[in-house]
Design a protein around this ligand. Structure first.
Ligand code: 5GP
Ligand code: MN
Length: 335
């Protein structure tokens, strides 16, 4: 247990968790690793970090994801391990990272639900509590932070490739240590990863300085049609499918737009609402300070963290926009 002043003891990595994680991994014939759909740097970096660690132990493994990694993560070591389709193989252990409910595995959820042993490593506010071994710390700014400690203690040690994958997870989930979730501990973990061979400037170059023109133009269009209410404390952009067609943009190009909206001084809660696949609508929510958008998302069937959350709504875009704006208003009023 770790003592945090004013909060009391909170569960963290125990020697028993590390032992079970290592024993179950070593004892497995073939491991399947999974993470959430629309994967971000923490999802992909954490999944690849675990995959490389298992390979270093000599344990066969596959990494499954419903969607391909966004192009800014293609520099990651072993990114070609990510499979969209499950291989026709038997798995005796699953390790799921950066995920609070198994439906976020998309088309791979049945593969994981049918396993006899499942490990969850995560930092989301739990939504469901699946898994036989749960290594979950909602105070960790990234799943990759938990994995840094776990894999460091697990032996045979962090290789430069594992370290670079995990550093990418920490950098992306903390906005390169700018968000309020960044802690002294996460900076220590990042330092540990750099000591192990990760290259911070390479990570930040790929994550922040290699955006496609379509992504930057989509950001411009979103800011141009920004809407707001409550004296500008709530701001959002709704991205219609036609806009993507005009700009040659795809869903991955929406990454980061909501943070730019939140960066406006008077904005307290921001959202990007857009059409997802199969007629659903997606909302990305961000907030400053005490405004809890995880609670907003959970009420609408989504999830995430206090200052960064998301929802998937089975309704037309305009209705999703109204629903999300109303929920943001309630959040502003009740905080
Ligand atoms: P983003 O807005 O970057 O897609 O997601 C922000 C956070 O919300 C992430 O932690 C992500 O895992 C979570 N999140 C995004 N969309 C959904 C969703 O549809 N359902 C759930 N449960 N969580 C989501
Ligand atoms: Mn994460």
């Amino acid at each position: 247990m770790r003592q945090v002043s004013g909060v009391g003891p909170i569960p963290t990595l125990t020697p028993d968790m590390v032992d079970r994680f290592v024993d179950w991994s070593r004892g497995a014939e073939r491991v399947v690793i999974g993470t959430h759909l629309n994967p971000d740097g923490d999802a992909i970096g954490s999944a690849l970090g675990v995959s490389l660690w298992l390979s270093a132990l000599g344990v066969a493994n596959d990494v499954l994801c419903h969607h391909s990694p966004p192009s800014y993560l293609e520099f990651l070591p072993a990114v070609d391990r990510i499979r969209l389709e499950s291989p026709d193989k038997e798995f005796d252990l699953g390790i799921v990272v950066d995920l609070d409910s198994l439906d976020r595995l998309g088309r791979h959820q049945d593969t994981f639900r049918s396993l006899s042993r499942l490990i969850i490593v995560d930092h989301h506010v739990p939504h469901e509590s699946p898994g036989d071994l749960r290594i979950v710390d909602t105070r960790a700014p990234a799943t990759a932070c938990i994995l840094t400690d776990l894999l460091d203690q697990a032996g045979p040690g962090l290789t430069p490739e594992i370290a670079e994958c995990l550093l990418t997870g920490i950098v992306t989930d903390t906005g390169c240590f700018r968000y309020p979730n960044a802690t002294a501990e996460s900076l220590h973990q990042a330092a540990r990863l750099i000591e192990a061979g990760a290259n911070l400037s390479r990570v930040t170059h790929h994550v922040y300085s290699s955006r496609s023109e379509a992504a930057v133009r989509l950001l411009g269009a979103a800011l141009n049609q920004l809407q707001h209410t409550e004296q500008g404390a709530i701001a959002w952009a709704t991205l219609k499918p036609e806009l993507y067609l005009t700009l040659g943009a795809t869903d991955e190009h929406t990454e980061g737009i909501v943070n730019e909206i939140l960066s406006i001084d008077r904005v307290k809660i921001a959202a990007v609402v857009r059409a997802g696949a199969n007629g659903v609508a997606k909302g990305s929510l961000r907030s400053k300070g005490e405004y809890d958008v995880a609670a907003v998302a959970q009420r609408l069937g989504g999830g995430g963290h206090r200052n960064a959350s998301g929802v998937t709504l089975d309704m037309p875009l305009e209705e999703a926009e109204r629903t999300i704006v109303e929920a943001m208003r309630e959040c502003l009023g009740s905080s």
